[in-house]
Design a protein around this ligand. Structure first.
Ligand code: PEP
Ligand code: MN
Length: 370
């Protein structure tokens, strides 16, 4: 059960102290306080954990400082959507809004290879009116002999160039807690020219200790990839780990599921789950056409499968697209064969826009049905 407190109440308020002492009367009920930082004011929420089944909604509603009471199901307590739950389904980061009602495209390098390619990429992103990108510095690779990413060495020039080209948010995967500090330090040293959305890759979706550490910091939002070989419920619980530690600015990314070798795509595309995740949780949902499809194959209509699946995801209400581009794919150190070409960026963005407009028309049509 969640008690959402009156807007003016803080942990220092006398009403809050009174409420806390009243809550001690309920045996077997533990209290966890969460302060949601808002643009205008903070909102204090009290999570009641344990033996809450017998608690009476009306009685809780009558306690001091309580504005609203939400009875939550056992699952996804913080990020989930519960009955009569009006908590927000968006957040702002570095001036960019991420919500279940917005769409942001993160086109960029799968892996940073050199300064020149980073600059060409970021310039193309800026020239196409975008403020978000992806840049991989730490790469989790199947083979220990494969390029593992330039790591912290590339961060200063990546961040400086991001600032130069007006990038507000960059998705960057981390695979170890030490990377968090390396990113923080490099951002600090370069004067915070950009924002970073920490990406947890599909191989680390259930790395619970990493999730806890990333969840304990709240300065950077998190992009959590769905685990490629686990249930949706398990992946949503992984997202809940981040939130339960304090960071609820989480975007959930669909990136395809492992099936068998010989399938036409690198992974089995799961973008039909976009509306499912939006129904079960309040997280914005991202689709990754690059790591799900994994080839530049096109159908007889001339449209690449990656664009078809992106459109399918966006048409179903996706809120973010994470996609690999590269100035010279044959020279890319990671995932060159699936990279889109820079000259295809305006085309890609226009195709996404067509799908977005169609989605908004579909929502309007549904609303007219009453
Ligand atoms: C990536 O986005 O670069 C990546 C490695 O993706 P995933 O974790 O989905 O395989
Ligand atoms: Mn990749």
């Amino acid at each position: 059960m969640i008690l959402i407190l009156n807007a003016a109440v803080t942990e220092q308020s006398p009403d809050f102290q009174l409420l806390k002492s009243r809550l001690q009367d309920y045996a077997g009920v533990q209290v966890r306080v969460h302060v949601e930082k808002g643009a205008e004011q903070d909102l204090t929420e009290i999570y009641l954990i344990g033996n809450t089944k017998s608690l009476d909604m009306a009685e809780m509603q009558g306690l001091p400082a309580v504005a609203r009471v939400v009875r939550v199901s056992e699952e996804y307590r913080i990020l989930g959507r519960h009955k009569d739950d009006q908590r927000p389904s968006h957040f702002e980061y570095n001036g960019v809004r991420f919500g279940q009602d917005t769409l942001n495209v993160f086109a960029g390098l799968c892996a940073v290879d050199n300064r020149e390619h980073v600059e060409i990429m970021l310039k193309a992103v800026r020239d196409n009116g975008q403020v978000c990108t992806r840049m991989g510095a730490y790469k989790p690779r199947t083979s220990p002999y494969a390029f593992q990413g330039h790591g912290k060495n590339c961060l200063p020039y990546v961040f400086e160039l991001a600032g130069k080209y007006g990038i507000k948010v960059m998705a960057m995967e981390i695979t170890h807690e030490s990377h968090l500090n390396e990113i923080r330090e490099a951002l600090h040293q370069t004067g915070n020219p950009t924002g970073v959305m920490l990406q947890i890759g599909t191989r680390n979706t259930q790395n619970f200790e990493l999730l806890k550490i990333v969840g304990r910091q709240t300065e950077m939002p998190v992009l959590l990839k769905r685990g490629f070989g686990i249930t949706l419920d398990e992946s949503l619980n992984a997202a809940e780990y981040l939130a339960s530690e304090g960071n609820r600015n989480v975007v959930f990314c669909l990136r395809g599921m492992k099936t068998n070798m010989g399938d036409p795509h690198r992974n089995f595309v799961d973008f039909s789950h976009v509306p499912v995740v939006k129904r079960l949780t309040r997280m914005p949902v991202c689709v990754d056409p690059s790591h799900s499809v994994g080839t530049r194959a096109a159908s007889p209509d001339g449209i690449m499968d990656m664009l078809h699946v992106t459109a399918q995801g966006v048409l179903a209400g996706a809120n973010m697209v994470l996609v690999d581009f590269h100035p010279q794919p044959p020279k890319a150190l990671v995932d060159g064969p699936q990279a889109m070409l820079l000259k295809e960026l305006p085309y890609f963005l226009e195709d996404v826009q067509i799908a977005r407009e169609a989605y908004l028309k579909r929502v309007a049509l549904r609303q007219r049905q009453g």
